[in-house]
Design a protein around this ligand. Structure first.
Ligand SMILES: CCC1=C(C)/C(=C/C2=NC(=C\c3[nH]c(/C=C4\NC(=O)[C@H](C)[C@H]4CC)c(C)c3CCC(=O)O)/C(CCC(=O)O)=C2C)NC1=O
Length: 168
């Protein structure tokens, strides 16, 4: 599992280079945004249960067929599984924000996920929508706390892109 620093070092080491101007710029940006990223993770931690719950309500409000008979989130067991998945996405997004790197998402969340979802009939489009709604809620909460909302966007966009790009 890599963070922004270990990813950078790894890339430079592969080609045996010293850290050049580009490397220093990206290190500066990583350390410069460090406090904001840590504070954003604290905001997510303090609001996680609310964010997941509200995102679920909004998602099912937009796409009510999900929780009707025949929908993938129909029955309390599957409804709960869906919210649990949303909670996973949020928690791992908070790790990725702190790490300044999406590697943790590849390793712990996205690996094999599409195959699992496809075999269980979990629809990707609505899952992506759920992730987007959580991103919006997190951006609101973070902005309310006076932290730059820019630091939280990347992991949600990454999960969205990775999930939708290789849709079956
Ligand atoms: C930390 C990494 C990690 C992830 C991401 C993960 C996802 C994950 N979601 C699952 C199921 C599920 N996921 C959903 C999710 C949804 N259904 C919908 O209609 C909505 C669009 C969506 C919620 C937004 C549902 C309903 C199930 C249960 C499906 C079933 O058993 O029929 C399963 C199958 C096993 C189980 O039910 O626990 C996995 C592995 N597990 C992990 O360990």
């Amino acid at each position: 599992m890599r963070d922004a620093v270990t990813s950078l070092i790894r890339n430079y080491d592969i080609t045996g280079r010293y850290l050049d101007r580009n490397a220093l710029d990206s290190l500066k940006s990583y350390f410069g945004s460090g406090m904001a990223r840590v504070q954003a993770a604290a905001v997510i931690n303090a609001n996680a249960a609310d964010i997941v719950k509200l995102a679920g309500l909004r998602l099912f409000d937009e796409l009510p067929e999900l929780i009707r008979p025949g929908g993938n989130a129909y029955t309390t067991r599957r409804y709960a599984a869906c919210l649990r998945d949303m909670d996973y996405y949020l928690r791992y997004a908070s790790y990725a924000i702190v790490a300044g790197d999406t590697d943790v998402l590849d390793e712990r969340v996205l690996e094999g996920l599409r195959e699992t979802y496809n075999s269980l009939g979990v629809p990707i489009g609505p899952t992506v929508r759920g992730i987007q709604i959580m991103k919006e809620l997190v951006q609101e909460k973070v902005a309310e706390a006076g932290i730059s909302a820019a630091v939280v966007e990347q992991p949600f966009e990454y999960m969205t892109r990775e999930l939708s790009e290789k849709d079956l």
